[in-house]
Design a protein around this ligand. Structure first.
Ligand code: AMP
Length: 216
Protein backbone atom coordinates (compact mmCIF):
# COMPACT_ATOMS: atom_id res chain seq x y z
CA UNK A 1 0.00 0.00 0.00
CA UNK A 2 1.63 3.23 -1.18
CA UNK A 3 0.15 6.24 0.55
CA UNK A 4 0.88 9.93 0.95
CA UNK A 5 -0.73 11.90 3.75
CA UNK A 6 -0.89 15.65 3.27
CA UNK A 7 -2.22 18.65 5.12
CA UNK A 8 -0.99 21.82 6.84
CA UNK A 9 0.80 21.76 10.21
CA UNK A 10 -1.69 20.65 12.87
CA UNK A 11 -4.03 18.89 10.43
CA UNK A 12 -3.45 15.63 12.29
CA UNK A 13 -0.98 13.94 9.92
CA UNK A 14 1.00 12.44 12.82
CA UNK A 15 -2.07 11.25 14.71
CA UNK A 16 -3.71 9.74 11.62
CA UNK A 17 -0.41 8.15 10.58
CA UNK A 18 -0.18 6.37 13.96
CA UNK A 19 -3.69 4.99 13.47
CA UNK A 20 -2.94 3.89 9.90
CA UNK A 21 0.19 2.05 11.08
CA UNK A 22 -1.75 0.09 13.66
CA UNK A 23 -4.00 -1.09 10.84
CA UNK A 24 -1.52 -1.76 8.02
CA UNK A 25 2.06 -3.06 8.06
CA UNK A 26 3.88 -0.23 6.34
CA UNK A 27 6.48 2.19 7.70
CA UNK A 28 5.52 5.74 8.57
CA UNK A 29 8.07 8.00 6.93
CA UNK A 30 7.85 11.58 8.13
CA UNK A 31 10.38 13.92 6.54
CA UNK A 32 9.90 16.35 9.46
CA UNK A 33 10.77 13.59 11.99
CA UNK A 34 13.76 12.47 9.90
CA UNK A 35 15.06 16.02 9.75
CA UNK A 36 14.53 16.63 13.48
CA UNK A 37 16.43 13.42 14.23
CA UNK A 38 19.31 14.63 12.03
CA UNK A 39 19.31 18.00 13.82
CA UNK A 40 19.37 16.20 17.20
CA UNK A 41 22.27 13.99 16.09
CA UNK A 42 24.13 17.00 14.64
CA UNK A 43 24.66 15.36 11.23
CA UNK A 44 25.71 17.43 8.18
CA UNK A 45 22.16 17.11 6.87
CA UNK A 46 20.77 18.27 10.23
CA UNK A 47 23.09 21.27 10.36
CA UNK A 48 22.06 22.27 6.85
CA UNK A 49 18.33 21.89 7.59
CA UNK A 50 18.24 23.51 11.04
CA UNK A 51 17.99 27.20 10.14
CA UNK A 52 15.26 26.57 7.53
CA UNK A 53 13.24 24.53 10.00
CA UNK A 54 13.47 27.03 12.84
CA UNK A 55 12.25 29.76 10.48
CA UNK A 56 9.33 27.56 9.34
CA UNK A 57 10.83 27.56 5.83
CA UNK A 58 11.17 24.58 3.52
CA UNK A 59 14.47 22.73 3.38
CA UNK A 60 15.84 22.73 -0.24
CA UNK A 61 14.27 20.15 -2.58
CA UNK A 62 17.49 18.35 -3.56
CA UNK A 63 18.34 17.65 0.10
CA UNK A 64 14.88 16.25 0.82
CA UNK A 65 14.58 14.23 -2.41
CA UNK A 66 17.90 12.47 -1.77
CA UNK A 67 16.93 11.72 1.83
CA UNK A 68 13.59 10.17 0.80
CA UNK A 69 15.02 8.18 -2.11
CA UNK A 70 17.57 6.63 0.24
CA UNK A 71 14.87 5.83 2.84
CA UNK A 72 12.60 4.10 0.32
CA UNK A 73 15.39 1.66 -0.62
CA UNK A 74 15.31 0.18 2.89
CA UNK A 75 13.82 -3.31 3.33
CA UNK A 76 10.89 -2.22 5.54
CA UNK A 77 9.39 -0.41 2.53
CA UNK A 78 8.85 -3.66 0.62
CA UNK A 79 5.09 -3.71 1.31
CA UNK A 80 4.77 0.01 0.69
CA UNK A 81 5.00 3.26 2.60
CA UNK A 82 3.10 5.97 4.33
CA UNK A 83 4.82 9.25 3.51
CA UNK A 84 3.99 12.19 5.74
CA UNK A 85 5.08 15.75 4.97
CA UNK A 86 6.49 14.86 1.56
CA UNK A 87 6.28 15.82 -1.29
CA UNK A 88 5.71 19.43 -0.32
CA UNK A 89 6.61 21.20 -3.57
CA UNK A 90 5.88 20.51 -7.22
CA UNK A 91 9.61 19.80 -7.81
CA UNK A 92 9.53 17.17 -5.04
CA UNK A 93 6.27 15.68 -6.40
CA UNK A 94 7.62 15.31 -9.94
CA UNK A 95 10.92 13.85 -8.70
CA UNK A 96 9.14 11.51 -6.31
CA UNK A 97 6.65 10.30 -8.90
CA UNK A 98 9.56 9.21 -11.10
CA UNK A 99 11.35 7.49 -8.21
CA UNK A 100 8.15 5.73 -7.10
CA UNK A 101 7.51 4.43 -10.63
CA UNK A 102 11.16 3.37 -10.99
CA UNK A 103 11.13 1.27 -7.83
CA UNK A 104 7.72 -0.20 -8.69
CA UNK A 105 5.82 1.54 -5.89
CA UNK A 106 3.62 4.15 -7.59
CA UNK A 107 1.42 6.29 -5.36
CA UNK A 108 -1.98 4.68 -4.85
CA UNK A 109 -3.69 7.14 -2.57
CA UNK A 110 -3.11 10.73 -1.46
CA UNK A 111 -5.02 11.57 1.72
CA UNK A 112 -5.46 15.37 1.81
CA UNK A 113 -6.47 16.56 5.29
CA UNK A 114 -8.27 19.91 5.33
CA UNK A 115 -8.69 22.05 8.46
CA UNK A 116 -9.81 25.66 9.27
CA UNK A 117 -7.05 28.06 10.42
CA UNK A 118 -8.67 28.68 13.86
CA UNK A 119 -8.75 24.95 14.56
CA UNK A 120 -5.12 24.64 13.48
CA UNK A 121 -4.08 27.52 15.74
CA UNK A 122 -5.59 25.82 18.77
CA UNK A 123 -4.09 22.44 17.89
CA UNK A 124 -0.60 23.77 17.19
CA UNK A 125 -0.16 26.05 20.19
CA UNK A 126 -1.46 23.37 22.59
CA UNK A 127 0.52 20.48 21.10
CA UNK A 128 3.12 18.75 23.29
CA UNK A 129 5.35 15.90 22.12
CA UNK A 130 7.25 13.31 24.13
CA UNK A 131 10.96 13.81 23.56
CA UNK A 132 11.57 10.09 24.15
CA UNK A 133 8.83 8.14 22.32
CA UNK A 134 7.23 10.84 20.13
CA UNK A 135 3.70 10.41 21.57
CA UNK A 136 1.51 13.45 20.85
CA UNK A 137 -0.59 15.26 23.50
CA UNK A 138 -2.61 18.49 23.72
CA UNK A 139 -2.80 20.63 26.85
CA UNK A 140 -6.62 20.84 26.63
CA UNK A 141 -7.98 18.23 24.21
CA UNK A 142 -5.70 15.31 25.09
CA UNK A 143 -3.91 16.30 28.29
CA UNK A 144 -1.40 13.92 29.88
CA UNK A 145 -2.31 12.58 33.36
CA UNK A 146 0.62 14.50 34.87
CA UNK A 147 1.51 17.87 33.32
CA UNK A 148 4.67 17.70 31.23
CA UNK A 149 5.02 13.91 31.56
CA UNK A 150 4.29 11.34 28.84
CA UNK A 151 1.53 8.82 29.75
CA UNK A 152 3.13 6.18 27.51
CA UNK A 153 6.76 6.16 28.68
CA UNK A 154 7.22 8.77 31.44
CA UNK A 155 9.38 10.93 29.12
CA UNK A 156 9.39 14.73 29.16
CA UNK A 157 6.82 16.54 27.03
CA UNK A 158 8.15 19.42 25.00
CA UNK A 159 6.77 22.01 22.62
CA UNK A 160 8.25 22.11 19.14
CA UNK A 161 10.12 25.37 18.47
CA UNK A 162 8.02 26.03 15.39
CA UNK A 163 4.65 25.40 17.13
CA UNK A 164 3.84 29.10 17.60
CA UNK A 165 1.16 31.25 15.93
CA UNK A 166 3.87 33.21 14.07
CA UNK A 167 5.49 30.07 12.66
CA UNK A 168 2.09 28.56 11.90
CA UNK A 169 1.26 31.59 9.74
CA UNK A 170 4.52 31.19 7.81
CA UNK A 171 4.00 27.43 7.47
CA UNK A 172 0.41 27.98 6.23
CA UNK A 173 1.73 30.39 3.58
CA UNK A 174 4.35 27.83 2.58
CA UNK A 175 1.58 25.25 2.41
CA UNK A 176 -0.69 27.39 0.27
CA UNK A 177 2.10 28.40 -2.10
CA UNK A 178 3.96 25.13 -2.43
CA UNK A 179 1.75 22.24 -1.50
CA UNK A 180 -1.50 23.11 -3.25
CA UNK A 181 0.24 22.58 -6.64
CA UNK A 182 1.33 19.16 -5.35
CA UNK A 183 -2.26 18.19 -4.63
CA UNK A 184 -3.25 19.47 -8.08
CA UNK A 185 -0.46 17.31 -9.58
CA UNK A 186 -1.81 14.15 -7.91
CA UNK A 187 -5.38 15.23 -8.63
CA UNK A 188 -4.57 14.81 -12.34
CA UNK A 189 -3.48 11.23 -11.58
CA UNK A 190 -6.87 10.65 -9.94
CA UNK A 191 -5.51 9.47 -6.58
CA UNK A 192 -6.49 12.30 -4.19
CA UNK A 193 -9.08 11.93 -1.43
CA UNK A 194 -10.01 15.20 0.34
CA UNK A 195 -10.98 14.72 3.97
CA UNK A 196 -12.48 17.26 6.39
CA UNK A 197 -10.06 16.91 9.31
CA UNK A 198 -11.62 19.57 11.57
CA UNK A 199 -13.80 16.76 12.95
CA UNK A 200 -13.20 14.34 15.79
CA UNK A 201 -10.27 12.02 15.11
CA UNK A 202 -12.47 8.88 15.15
CA UNK A 203 -14.63 10.26 12.35
CA UNK A 204 -11.60 11.35 10.34
CA UNK A 205 -9.94 7.96 10.69
CA UNK A 206 -13.15 6.10 9.76
CA UNK A 207 -13.20 7.97 6.45
CA UNK A 208 -9.50 7.27 5.84
CA UNK A 209 -10.03 3.56 6.51
CA UNK A 210 -12.92 3.45 4.10
CA UNK A 211 -10.74 5.09 1.43
CA UNK A 212 -7.79 2.75 2.01
CA UNK A 213 -9.94 -0.38 2.08
CA UNK A 214 -9.95 -0.18 -1.72
CA UNK A 215 -6.20 -0.98 -1.77
CA UNK A 216 -6.11 -3.92 0.66
P1 AMP B 1 6.80 18.91 9.75
O1 AMP B 1 7.14 18.16 10.98
O2 AMP B 1 6.33 18.02 8.64
O3 AMP B 1 5.86 20.06 10.01
O4 AMP B 1 8.18 19.55 9.22
C1 AMP B 1 8.90 20.46 10.01
C2 AMP B 1 9.85 21.26 9.15
O5 AMP B 1 10.77 20.37 8.47
C3 AMP B 1 9.19 22.06 8.03
O6 AMP B 1 8.69 23.32 8.48
C4 AMP B 1 10.35 22.20 7.04
O7 AMP B 1 11.30 23.15 7.48
C5 AMP B 1 11.02 20.84 7.14
N1 AMP B 1 10.46 19.85 6.18
C6 AMP B 1 9.78 18.70 6.47
N2 AMP B 1 9.43 18.05 5.35
C7 AMP B 1 9.88 18.81 4.31
C8 AMP B 1 9.80 18.70 2.90
N3 AMP B 1 9.17 17.67 2.29
N4 AMP B 1 10.40 19.67 2.15
C9 AMP B 1 11.05 20.70 2.72
N5 AMP B 1 11.13 20.89 4.05
C10 AMP B 1 10.56 19.95 4.86
Amino acid sequence: MNILIMGPAGAGKGTMSDLILKEYEIPHISTGDMLRENVKQGTDLGNEAKSYMEAGKLVPDDVINAMVEERLQQPDCQKGYLLDGFPRTLVQAEAFNKIAEKIGKPVESVIALEVDFEVLKDRITGRRICSDCGAIFHIRNHAPKVEGVCDECGGTLTQRKDDTVEQLTVRMEEYENNTKPVIDFFEKLGVVKHINASRDKKEVFAEIKETLSAFE
